[in-house]
Design a protein. Sequence first.
Length: 224
Amino acid sequence: MINALKCLVLIPFWLGALVSLLQGAESAELDDEGWIPLELDSDTLNTLLSDVTANGPNLMSLEFTPYRSQGRLEGCGYSYQVLLKDWAYRSNQPTTVFGSVVFFAYQDRAPFLSLRIGLTDIEEREGSLWQKNSPPHYAYLRYEEESTAGEEYSVVDGEEGARNFIYLDPEFEKMAWFLIGESITVAFNRVEGGSDLEFTIPIMFTEIWEDLGVCFRDLSQIEQ
């Protein structure tokens, strides 16, 4: 599990730098297998991985994200980025998981929950770090005893190797996951029938929690 207290403090500069490097690397030159250089020194990465070894997946960023179209509110949620060691598929090599969890409501269609998730694998070659985006095979959310596994209405491939899992929620039941739950767990695998890796994202009492509450209040007033 991710240490929830990490959401209550400012992200250290080197964590923010890693997030920026991972997000801005799409302009770099690819090698024959699709890997691109990661401009980060190995010592910084090893410091991060030492914390992952001791405490589990490391939440590098968690941001409140409202979605609007021509000024009209259509969705509320958050974007995340997590560093973990992939013990199931990459022999404990580092992978960052990025994406978002967003609840959408429109005037002309049923509300739905969207899980966007993508993977950025990192490896070291002769003292240099490289990265490559890779989509998961399957992913789902878990909240207490509930789960979205097997409930997806559609699965759509997105940008940067991410996949989007859509869950219809006409009664707004899953909106409560964002408001009264302490955390939501994200689980994923890379191949059909493969082991699930997972990480837990804290929500309640974090900096985004009040913003989510206000956003959902306004979103729930949209006439269906």
